[in-house]
Ligand binder design. Structure first.
Ligand SMILES: [Zn+2]
Length: 309
């Protein structure tokens, strides 16, 4: 009898996804949430020891990285592999940042500032002990904000993104607030349901944008945003609804694995995925299939974990 219940449940789930996929032309797949198919499920853990007995277990969830887990032990074992994979992967944010021409030199080369203006701004920066060069060029020398933003876009070979406040509600679904705060990046706009414009005030963070691409299935276009626009957009964005989530710092890798696996077992998501962004492991869990271009925040739960030093 439990087997029959499971089969029926899966049939309903499968048709729900199929209809949505037809309606939204593959939206669920784009958002990284794919339906499980087939009546006889196989545990996603290749080292699963429960064999055919798992067919009698009344679990239709959790699903982690495209595979159903038959037991808490299997969830933990698959999480262990996922955490190892992410930690072994490269997440060196400094790559690609070398050999960039300093902003001041670039602006001088373009003829936008003189060498004495650059010298004055550098001295102001040095005596302040902090702050970006662009700030002093604007504040002390009257260089326009647009000019500094244009220089940043040349420096990082990326476009200047206009601030358009279309994405405020979706922002929280795309990026946890923790990352908006930690990396000063703003998801500004989703175009055609598949292209995300990610705005930065100073320089694009390719590790972050690649992580978002892996997590969301969206293609991410990085760009710089004029400083005053960035601050206005950020203020507006922080009023968005963000998915519930927790940030945890574990003392060791096994402790982190157990905490992440426990979260998957508690939430029982229909889809979940682990992606590393710099020193953080981001676990996102979808509790139901997305209904629009981007999922609504309450249908998601995030856990952001790191290993303490
Ligand atoms: Zn299993």
């Amino acid at each position: 009898m439990p087997l029959l219940n499971r089969q029926l449940l899966h049939r309903e789930t499968a048709s729900l996804f199929t209809d949505r996929r037809q309606e939204e032309a593959g939206e669920t797949k784009r958002m990284g949430v794919t339906a499980r198919s087939g009546l006889f499920e196989v545990c996603g853990n290749p080292r699963c020891k429960s064999g055919w007995l798992h067919l009698w277990r009344s679990r239709s969830a959790p699903v982690f990285e495209g595979g159903w887990n038959c037991s808490a032990e299997c969830t933990q074992e698959r999480m262990r592999f996922a955490v190892r994979r992410e930690l072994e992967g490269r997440a060196d944010g400094s790559r690609g940042y070398r050999h960039r021409m300093p902003l001041g030199l670039l602006m001088m080369e373009q003829g936008w500032i003189t060498s004495s203006q650059l010298k004055t701004a550098l001295e102001a920066q040095r005596s302040a002990g902090e702050g970006r060069l662009g700030h002093f060029l604007i504040r002390d020398l009257g260089i326009s904000e647009d000019c500094v933003t244009r220089a940043l876009s040349l420096q990082w070979s990326c476009p200047v993104l206009p601030y358009r406040c279309e994405c405020t509600d979706a922002a929280g679904s795309i990026l946890p607030r923790f990352f908006i705060d930690a990396f000063a990046a703003l998801p500004l706009r989703v175009a055609a349901g598949r292209l995300l414009y990610l705005g930065f005030e100073e320089r694009p963070d390719t590790v972050l944008s690649l992580g978002i691409e892996r997590m969301s299935g969206l293609r991410v276009e990085n760009g710089v945003v004029r400083g005053s626009d960035f601050r206005a957009a950020r203020k507006q964005m922080l009023s968005a609804t963000f998915p519930p989530g927790e940030v945890l710092e574990a003392v060791s890798e096994p402790v982190l694995v157990r905490a992440l696996a426990r979260a998957v077992e508690r939430v029982r998501p229909i889809a979940s995925r682990l992606v590393r962004i710099h020193d953080f492991l981001w676990l996102r869990m979808w509790k139901r299939a997305p209904t629009g271009r981007v999922p609504d925040a309450p249908s998601i739960e995030d856990v952001i974990g790191s290993i303490g030093i």
